[in-house]
Design a protein around this ligand. Structure first.
Ligand code: B12
Length: 139
């Protein structure tokens, strides 16, 4: 495998930009090919970017509390677009308020997400999981 390609963005009507910039910088520096579609991104933009770049993973951020609605159907749309088996990660503040994260995780797993992160997930955790999922990534 050459460099793994990851599509990164903030889904829906969400304009929180700081985490997105940090993820872009850190994941790029760690040797991945990052396609950053930025904030305010509809599901279709994630999918089109992943198809165009033959991506290995989609990393969705959601901070403003509407993540559960915004992420509905993303896995099915990926399948329809020929992105069967693409890794789907989601993180940020993905639900409204403070909820039992185990329950939140189960709901997002049911929606087809492979990795689901609680608020405040560190860059180190993100990079460790990427390295685990893409062990052959070449820097
Ligand atoms: C700054 C900020 C804003 C700014 C954003 C400016 C900008 N353009 O970026 C402004 C003032 C515009 C704003 C607006 C709103 N905000 Co605001 N905002 C924040 C605040 C204070 C900080 C966010 C931030 O930058 N964090 C720093 C970065 C580095 O951290 P991060 O984004 O969490 O990302 C890190 C990790 O989470 C992780 N990560 C993130 N995504 C992913 C994805 C994956 C796959 C992985 C692996 C990891 C990962 O890695 C990142 C880097 O370390 C938070 C509170 C907080 N302390 O988090 C509230 C907060 C996110 N906002 C909140 C809300 C409600 C809003 C508004 C809806 C308020 C309103 N009623 O208008 C609006 C939404 C506007 C919109 N359309 O998006 C709530 C969300 C609550 C919820 N989820 O239930 C929060 C949590 C505040 C709160 N405690 O209530 N906000």
């Amino acid at each position: 495998m050459a460099k793994a390609t990851v599509v990164l963005g903030v889904i829906g009507s969400d304009c929180h930009a700081v985490g997105n910039k940090i993820l872009d910088y850190s994941i790029s520096r760690a040797g991945y090919n990052v396609i950053n579609i930025g904030v305010l991104s509809p599901q279709e933009d994630f999918i089109n970017a992943a198809v165009e770049t033959n991506a290995d993973a989609i990393l969705v951020s959601s901070l403003y509390g509407q993540g559960e609605l915004d992420c509905q159907g993303l896995r099915e749309k990926c399948d329809e677009a020929g992105l069967k088996g693409i890794k789907l990660y989601v993180g940020g503040n993905i639900v409204v308020g403070k909820q039992d994260f185990n329950e939140v995780k189960k709901r997002f797993q049911k929606m087809g997400f492979d990795r689901i992160y609680p608020p405040g997930t560190s860059i180190e955790t993100t990079l460790r999981d990427l390295a685990e999922d893409f062990p052959d990534n070449e820097e």
